[in-house]
Design a protein around this ligand. Structure first.
Ligand code: GH3
Ligand code: MG
Ligand code: MG
Ligand code: MG
Length: 311
């Protein structure tokens, strides 16, 4: 009933989609009550270089979302006791999966029923028997789009750093990891000194350029494992996993000293910019409480005359 998969053909196809670039395998969740169908899908997806997670019981959907964090979901339309559309609604109720691509799969040939299903939370409709190449191409297109959208959503457009929301999400993740691995975790807040004066004196575009120059500077000097976010207008947040507060303070102090030496150009003039910083060590508390402590340390730096780091 199902055509045999020719892996050679599939690999060739994928390389044309990705223009020869290697991409992280897409994480695909498949829900189909037929074990044979599910197994077949698993074979096709794995041969196409994707990571597949198969479930045959609709009741497992919530657990699978949490455990596997799929980027794309393939749903059988008719299952005993429920339909794919009902499952799609459950998926869409989860904030994190609000816009995950959902592909319906069915032998349903009635186009009006297909369209109805698509109107209920689905993005594509593929009919059985499935053409493996069609399936792989659909997943690639949906996956690529979903990834680029996600990449835009988590970044600040001026600096390219993580935005406020994603920075807090990363902080929560790193707190979980620090607890599991019993490792230290430091968190730093930076606020540029007298930034209003920079804007007032040299204009907003020059102010923007200072923000970008500090962002670049932080990216160059911090480790790949550190996370840098634009927390607000001229405020930055830095998450330093597996770092003791004394080390975090030293690193930030060095960055501070170097940054204030940079000549910021403004037409035929030049000026210097300083920042103040507060560092807090995670002590088992919530991300919110940790942010508050870093913010208080930053406030202390401001009160101490600015251009300094307080732990
Ligand atoms: P302090 O040393 O106390 O931090 O003084 P400050 O002037 O930096 O602090 P304040 O919070 O009064 O001003 C921050 C300024 O940052 C005000 C706002 O116009 C400016 N700002 C916020 N976002 C941006 C931005 O995206 N671009 C530019 N150019 N300026 C921004
Ligand atoms: Mg079925
Ligand atoms: Mg500020
Ligand atoms: Mg400021």
């Amino acid at each position: 009933f199902y055509p045999a998969v020719d892996p050679g053909q599939l690999i060739e196809k994928i390389e044309t989609y990705t223009h020869g670039n290697t991409v992280e395998p897409y994480k695909v969740l498949v829900l189909d009550d037929s074990r044979a169908q599910a197994k077949y899908m698993e074979t096709v997806l794995k041969k196409a270089g994707m990571t597949a997670h198969i479930i045959t019981d609709p009741m497992q959907i919530i657990h699978a979302l949490e455990e596997f964090s799929p980027e794309i979901i393939i749903l059988d339309m008719y299952m005993p006791g429920c339909t794919g559309m009902e499952i799609a609604r459950v998926i869409r109720q989860q904030d994190r999966f609000h816009s995950v691509p959902i592909i319906y799969l069915s032998a349903e040939e009635d186009v009006s029923k297909q369209l109805h299903a698509m109107s209920l939370g689905g993005d594509d409709f593929l009919t059985k028997p499935i053409d493996p190449k069609h399936l792989v191409a659909t997943i690639h297109n949906r996956g690529r789009r979903a990834r680029s959208l996600l990449a835009l959503m988590i970044r600040d457009s001026l600096t390219g750093l993580y935005n406020h929301t994603h920075t807090l999400h990363l902080l929560d993740q790193e707190i979980v990891r620090a607890r599991q691995k019993d490792q230290p975790l430091s968190f730093a807040m930076i606020d540029i000194d007298y930034f209003k004066k920079v804007n007032d004196t040299f204009g907003h575009p020059i102010g923007d350029r200072v923000l970008r120059s500090l962002s670049m500077f932080l990216k160059q000097r911090l480790r790949k494992t550190d996370h840098i976010g634009r927390y607000g207008g001229e405020e930055f947040a830095i998450i330093l996993p597996n770092t003791r507060p004394s080390d975090a303070r030293n690193v930030l102090n060095e960055i501070r000293e170097r940054f204030c030496e940079l000549h910021q150009p403004a037409g035929d003039r030049e000026f210097n910019v300083t920042f103040s910083c507060g560092v807090a060590a995670w002590q088992g508390e919530s991300s919110q409480a940790l942010c508050e402590r870093a913010d208080r340390a930053l406030y202390d730096s401001k009160n101490a005359g600015r251009n300094c780091v307080t732990t």
